[in-house]
Design a binder for this molecule. Structure first.
Ligand code: URA
Length: 304
């Protein structure tokens, strides 16, 4: 059986289970139907259920159309566009490959599971939307991993779209990428109340989703943003201050820990220009190591 029919069988099995458990609504991530529509045709003989045309009320609260956020209107959940004048594009690739379609569809299935997850108290803690993560699903140069969604992320169902996200977007741009060319995710997929740090149970319950995503996405490098990401992925008690800027690895993938964007912008909010400059330089030095490891040139604008 092909990957695609496996995926369809998994989705049908999952939805059937939800129905048996009494569920009548399936929460889908933003961009699910786009990913579905781009998926390869099924092998002959495979039975495929096609949704009845786009996100409607039955699909829960997600759907990219009409989100009205200028920062994210170009960011499809699992797409791999080569737009935006990025310096590190794979120009030889004319369009999404079979592998990209397959990764996107598998990630969409995981995102459906995330949407139905009730494994930890965060599902009942007033989540608006789950935030599975978004970006290039097929072996991006970099996967960024943060802590958990904040208020804006919870509202939009997208990772890093609030104030910290704006700084992350700048970091990504300084490296010569667009947000669509990398993958952005979090340790926890639901917003903790008042943006508190997720507790150990919440992290342990949610981490299997991220581990599966990493396996499917196969990023060339991972950048861990802040202490929670370090603890979750590396299972390390050493804080980010000790680990930041030093290479380590996860499942054979080179991992670079650095500070969380929220930590960096805290200095700005406090009017501490010197502190801000120091931390920004540390973060940029870590990102330069990532570019060097990838064999990419260090873009001029990032040298400032
Ligand atoms: N902080 C995070 O760690 N993740 C987000 O998505 C947003 C803020």
């Amino acid at each position: 059986m092909s990957d695609w029919t496996d995926i369809v069988d998994d989705v049908i099995g999952h939805v059937t289970l939800l129905k048996e458990l009494g569920g009548r609504v399936v929460e889908l991530p933003p961009g699910f139907f786009e990913a579905w529509d781009k998926a390869p045709p099924p092998c002959s003989g495979a039975a495929v259920l096609r949704p009845g045309g786009g996100g409607d009320g039955n699909t829960g609260n997600n759907g990219n159309a009409g989100r009205g956020d200028s920062q994210n209107s170009q960011h499809s959940q699992y797409s791999h566009p080569q737009q935006g004048g990025a310096q590190h594009s794979s120009a030889a690739t004319p369009g999404p490959s079979q592998a990209q379609h397959s990764s996107a569809a598998t990630l969409a299935a995981i995102a459906m599971e995330v949407g139905a997850c009730v494994a930890c108290p965060l599902h009942a803690g007033g989540r608006t939307k789950v935030v599975p993560g978004q970006g290039n699903p097929d072996a991006p140069d970099v996967m960024f991993i943060g802590e958990a969604p904040g208020e804006e992320e919870d509202r939009q169902g997208l990772a890093f779209v609030g104030a910290a996200g704006q700084f992350l977007t700048k970091m990504i741009g300084a490296m010569g990428y667009t947000r669509d060319q990398v993958f952005i995710a979090n340790i926890c997929k639901c917003r903790p109340p008042n943006n508190r740090t997720p507790d150990a149970e919440e992290m342990q319950k949610c981490l299997p989703f991220l581990r599966r995503q990493i396996k499917i996405i196969r990023p060339k490098t991972i950048v861990l943003l802040g202490g929670t990401a370090v603890k979750g992925i590396l299972n390390s008690q050493a804080g980010v201050t000790r680990m930041q800027g030093v290479w380590t690895s996860y499942e054979g993938i080179p991992v670079m820990p650095t500070y969380h964007p929220s930590y960096v912008i805290r200095f700005e909010k406090a009017g501490d220009a010197a502190g801000m400059k120091t931390v920004k330089t540390q973060v940029w030095n870590a990102l330069k190591l990532v570019l060097e490891r990838l064999g990419k040139p260090v873009p001029q604008q990032g040298k400032k």
